[in-house]
Write a protein that binds this ligand. Structure first.
Ligand code: 13P
Ligand code: SF4
Length: 302
């Protein structure tokens, strides 16, 4: 990255009274210029109290949509409008409506990796950081969990008192981790702890020492006495893990764990986005109000 671009972004941020939020999977140079870097829950929580008029979200579409839903009167921008999440597109409102009819007694619990029109038909949202807490707070005995079958299974296997119906969505990026490869890595680094995101397949979850959200991985690595950690999530996570734990070693669980959508954002596009006020995120007001309810219910659970 040239100094020119960094300086230009800083200047534009001041002129436009803008704040830059970035997800943990963003490119290192983006994380380094962002005002705030976090997981999906942290990005949603920080979006609740922003003073600036313009918020530029570096992540994927549903993250920018949540920020807009929480800030309808602010300008919410994304540097690349094609940065979507394939898992979010694995369930449509029509499909959810049909599924709800098959489970009329179930509460709909929706992973935030979903589109606003699907959130609008859901009772409560959750993220990988708070899925257990949210499910425990749901008063119904039955839950229809959408769209990630693996996060859903993770929660369901630890909550025996509720019946779970899981939608068969998944994250293509997290499918690249395999138990066989991880056992080989364990052979090479016998003292290493395996940290996995709950979007990983169940055989990967089974051999993990810790299953948690991206930001929770940083805390676990800080607090655990191990010196080496095998990381089963998108490779962008390694930047913060290394930066915040310089004395520890982080080994990727797979060299192929790249989310192509997260990598669509670049510093050049951030500069362009701030210069042109593009791309503006809009959410239709009826959908926004209904989606807001399910997001706020989640954010009320501490
Ligand atoms: P986190 O909320 O844990 O950061 O996860 C978001 C995501 O998209 C994982 O693939
Ligand atoms: Fe979606 Fe997977 Fe990318 Fe996360 S890593 S944004 S779940 S495709």
């Amino acid at each position: 990255m040239t100094r020119d671009i960094t300086e230009q972004i800083a200047k534009l941020k001041e002129e436009k009274n803008a704040m830059i939020l970035a997800h943990n999977y963003q490119l290192p140079e983006i994380q380094d210029i962002a005002d705030y870097v976090g997981d999906s829950l942290e990005l949603a929580r920080i979006s609740q109290g922003i003073e600036q008029n313009t918020i530029l979200l570096c992540g994927v579409y549903f993250m920018a949509e949540i920020t807009k839903i929480l800030n309808p009167d602010k300008l919410v921008l994304m540097p690349d409008q094609h940065a979507g999440c394939p898992m979010a597109n694995m369930i449509t409102p029509d499909q959810l409506s049909v599924e709800k009819k098959s489970h009329p007694e179930a509460a709909v619990m929706c992973y935030v990796n979903s589109n606003a029109d699907v959130k609008a038909l859901s009772d409560v949202c959750c993220t990988s950081a708070n899925g257990m807490k949210v499910a425990q707070a749901v008063s119904e005995d039955e839950i229809l969990f959408i769209p990630d079958q693996y996060l859903g299974s993770y929660i369901a296997s630890r909550l025996a008192n509720k019946k779970f119906n899981l939608w068969p969505g998944y994250c293509p990026t997290h499918m690249v981790f395999s138990k066989e490869e991880l056992l080989k890595l364990k052979g090479k680094y016998p003292g290493a702890k395996i940290i996995a995101h709950p979007e990983c397949r169940l055989d990967v979850q089974d051999i993990a020492d810790r299953i948690c959200s991206t930001s929770q991985m940083i805390k676990y690595a800080q607090e655990n006495e191990a010196k080496q950690f095998i990381i089963c999530t998108e490779l962008g996570m390694l930047h913060r893990l290394k930066k915040e734990n310089p004395s520890k070693e982080f080994i990727p669980g797979s060299p192929n764990a790249i989310c192509p959508n997260m990598k669509l954002t670049t510093v050049e596009k951030i500069m362009w986005s701030l210069e042109r006020d593009e791309y503006k995120i809009e959410v239709e007001e009826g959908i926004r109000k209904r989606a807001l309810r399910s997001i706020e219910r989640m954010l009320e659970i501490k």
